[in-house]
Design a protein around this ligand. Structure first.
Ligand code: ZN
Ligand code: ZN
Length: 423
């Protein structure tokens, strides 16, 4: 039996699990949990994996779950799904919309929503695990289903690695992951090489001299200082980065002062950087320092600015050989619905897992938008305004064929390694 026949044999079970899988997805969607708080989701995943015959480890990192299914000698394939949701108030109006709240890591009460589709990732990986477990005669080797906490906090993978991930599992030959994205459901997109940008956040505190709002001559006004910095920073991408080289610099937050008649003594800027190259990233960080320090000097700032880098995501660089293998398997199974996808300006911490294990990886996109709706928006040139993307309060993947496609993609990719074992 070759990999394609194996996929056909394993996926013959798909119609039989569809109702369970869709119900499971709706339940997880309706009860989202923030990073490191995925307690109910993790428990449901662990229970299901045990039922399928996986050896299960729980509370890895914080709420991480690892299921291992050994099925004779052969390759070891790891697939990862992230489990966490976002502090967003859901506005989809879906019958299974979330009305959950939680306490975030800063102690604030926040609404919670699966606005990035991690609920779909969980449902698809669990579905793939169930199908593989039900058809052991169709493949050979070891399948590791890894459910990761806190992707959105940029440290879930790090937590699992720090909790001895490498000692908990057999060394994988390949690591796989997928993400639902705003393109037509039913399609899958692969890309060799750099696929997702690096992401960094930087908090900059600049100092002034506080004063009465009526006596600016006594102050160094940090709000004016911060404002000039925001404008100067716009020149980094437009004037310093090579045209055509991908770079994003966003000032996501600016805060200074508390009252109209008081000049504050400091202001805070929170920046977000995205690049595909370490050299560009370094150049941008250096430029930020130069501009901030220069503007502080120009303003007569009484002490040096403070910088804090946080929420770092590495560039996600897909291994060319592993990606080619998956792309070939997708082409054989999905036909024209498999395509080469563009680089994305989103970021991920998935790559840290295989990097820590010394394992090649590939990460692909799964469509999640109703194809008819997408075609209409595309014809009208309104995709950007009419199709809610990940992290929108309106983000609402169509359940099918999204789950069916994501589950099939997970199985087909795994069997590109595991499916040649038996004849
Ligand atoms: Zn996200
Ligand atoms: Zn995500």
């Amino acid at each position: 039996m070759g990999a394609t026949d194996s996929a056909t044999a394993v996926l013959a079970g798909q119609p039989g699990i569809a109702q369970w899988q869709e119900d499971f997805y709706r339940t997880v969607h309706q009860h989202p949990e923030l990073g490191h708080q995925e307690v109910k989701t993790a428990a449901a995943v662990a229970d299901a994996l045990r039922e399928y015959g996986f050896a299960v480890q729980e509370k890895v990192g914080s709420t991480g779950v690892i299921g291992i299914l050994e099925n004779g000698d052969g390759p070891v394939v790891l697939m990862r799904a992230d489990m966490d949701a976002l502090p967003i108030a859901e506005a989809t109006g879906l019958p299974y919309a979330s009305s959950e709240h939680a306490t975030d890591r800063d102690g604030a009460d926040v609404p919670v929503m699966h606005a990035c589709g991690h609920d779909a990732h969980v449902a698809c990986l669990l579905g793939a695990a169930r199908l593989l477990a039900a058809t052991p005669s169709a493949w050979q080797g070891t399948y590791i289903a890894l459910f990761q906490p806190a992707e959105e906090l940029a440290d879930g993978a790090e937590f699992m690695i720090g909790d001895h991930l490498a000692d908990r599992i057999p060394h994988p030959d390949v690591a796989l992951a997928q993400h639902v994205l705003p393109f037509p459901s039913g399609r899958v997109g692969t890309r060799a090489g750099a696929f997702l940008s690096s992401g960094d956040s930087m908090r900059v505190t600049v100092w002034g001299r506080g004063s009465h709002g009526s006596m600016p001559q006594l102050s160094v006004d940090p709000v004016v200082l911060a404002s000039t910095i925001v404008l100067r920073l716009q020149g980094i991408v437009s004037r310093e980065v090579t045209p055509g080289e991908f770079a994003v610099l966003t000032v996501g937050r600016i805060a200074g002062g508390a009252k109209s008649n008081v000049i504050a003594d400091h202001a805070v800027l929170e920046l977000n950087l995205r690049t595909f190259s370490d050299a560009t990233r370094t150049a941008m960080v250096n430029a930020i320092h130069r501009i901030v320090d220069g503007e502080c000097a120009a303003s007569g700032s009484p002490k040096p600015a403070e910088y804090e880098l946080y929420d770092h995501y590495p560039v996600t660089v897909n291994d060319p050989a592993a990606t080619a293998k998956v792309a070939d398997a997708f082409a054989a199974y999905f036909g024209d619905a498999a395509f080469t996808i563009d680089r994305q300006s989103a970021s991920e911490d998935f790559g840290e897992l295989p990097d820590a294990l010394g394992t090649p990886y590939t990460y692909w996109g799964v469509g999640s938008v109703d194809p008819g709706r997408y075609a209409k928006a595309q014809a009208a040139g309104t995709v950007a305004t009419d199709i809610p993307a990940n992290h929108s309060p309106y983000f609402a993947p169509v359940i099918e064929p999204t789950l069916r496609t994501g589950t099939a993609a997970a199985v087909v990719a795994a069997l590109a390694w595991l499916g040649d074992g038996r004849s």
